[in-house]
Write a protein that binds this ligand. Structure first.
Ligand SMILES: [Zn+2]
Ligand SMILES: [Zn+2]
Length: 238
C-alpha cells in the first residue's frame, strides 16, 4: 500500500490542540475533529493536501472530549464519512459529562473554567468498537490499524500505522499548560487523565507493537525512546 502522509491540523495554534489528516494515494482519514466549529480549519488542511471534505473516507474520534469529538457530528453530516469510536466513550460523545481527574495544577485551574465540560453536538457512530476490538484501515486506503488504548478515558483509541507512526490522542502530551507552546520535547500527562496506570500499559502496548513516533492531541510529536522513559515513570508513580 502507498506511503502515508501525516498532516497536522492546528485546531488551536502552537500545538495546543491538534487533529490529524492521514492521506495516501488511495485514502484520506481524519483523526479527531477538534472543537465545535473546526470544519474550516480541517477543510484548509485538506485543500493544502489536494483533497476536499468529500474525499474523507473515515473519521476517527480518539475519545469523547470536546476538543477531539466536538466537531464530529457536523463533519459526519457535511462529508458523509463514517465515524468510528469506542463504545466505552460513547456516553461522553452523547452528552454525559466526562470524569475529569486533573493531572496537576493546570488541570485543576482549567477544570474551573468549565470549558472541557461544555456540551457539544451528540455524535452518532457508524462503527462502534468494543472491548479490545481493532479496525484494519486497509479498507480505507491506509496501511495501519485502530487499537483501543484506554487510560486517558476508558474508550481512548490510537491509530497505529505500518511505518511506526501512531496518532495517540491524549495518551500523552508535551509542552506547557494545555500542551504545545514551548518545551514540546518534554512529555507530560494531558490536563486530565482517568487512569494513569492504564495509560502506562497502553503506551507500552503501542511500543511493543512497533510504535516509533507519537503524534499527540496536545504538543508532540515524541519519539519512542522518550515515550518509553515516560511510560516507565508513570508506572512507578501511579
Ligand atoms: Zn482528552
Ligand atoms: Zn485533548
Amino acid at each position: 500500500m502507498s506511503e502515508i502522509q501525516i498532516h497536522t491540523i492546528p485546531i488551536l495554534p502552537f500545538g495546543m490542540v491538534n487533529a490529524f489528516l492521514l492521506t495516501s494515494a488511495t485514502g484520506a482519514v481524519l483523526v479527531d475533529t477538534g472543537l465545535p466549529g473546526s470544519e474550516r480549519k480541517i477543510e484548509k488542511v485538506l485543500a493544502a493536501a489536494g483533497r476536499s471534505l468529500a474525499d474523507l473516507r473515515l473519521i476517527v474520534v480518539t475519545h469523547g472530549h470536546i476538543d477531539h469529538a466536538g466537531c464530529a457530528a457536523r463533519l459526519r453530516k457535511i462529508t458523509g464519512a463514517p465515524v468510528v469510536l469506542h463504545e466505552a466513550d460513547l456516553a461522553y460523545c452523547q452528552g454525559k459529562t466526562p470524569i475529569l481527574r486533573p493531572s496537576g495544577f493546570f488541570g485543576r485551574l482549567f477544570k474551573m473554567t468549565g470549558v472541557i465540560e461544555r456540551p457539544f453536538p451528540a455524535v452518532e457512530p457508524d462503527i462502534l468498537l468494543s472491548g479490545e476490538q481493532t479496525l484494519d484501515l486497509s479498507a480505507y486506503g491506509l496501511a495501519g490499524d485502530i487499537l483501543p488504548t484506554p487510560g486517558h478515558t476508558p474508550g481512548s483509541l490510537s491509530v497505529l500505522l505500518e511505518d511506526g507512526a501512531v496518532i495517540a490522542g491524549d495518551l500523552a502530551a508535551s509542552g506547557i499548560l494545555l500542551g504545545g507552546i514551548a518545551f514540546k520535547g518534554w512529555p507530560k500527562p494531558p490536563p486530565f487523565e482517568e487512569d494513569t496506570l492504564q495509560v502506562a500499559r497502553s503506551l507500552k502496548i503501542l511500543l511493543s507493537k512497533g510504535a516509533k513516533r507519537f503524534y499527540l492531541g496536545h504538543g508532540g510529536p515524541l519519539d519512542a525512546e522518550v515515550i518509553e522513559r515516560y511510560a516507565g515513570k508513570l508506572a512507578q508513580t501511579a
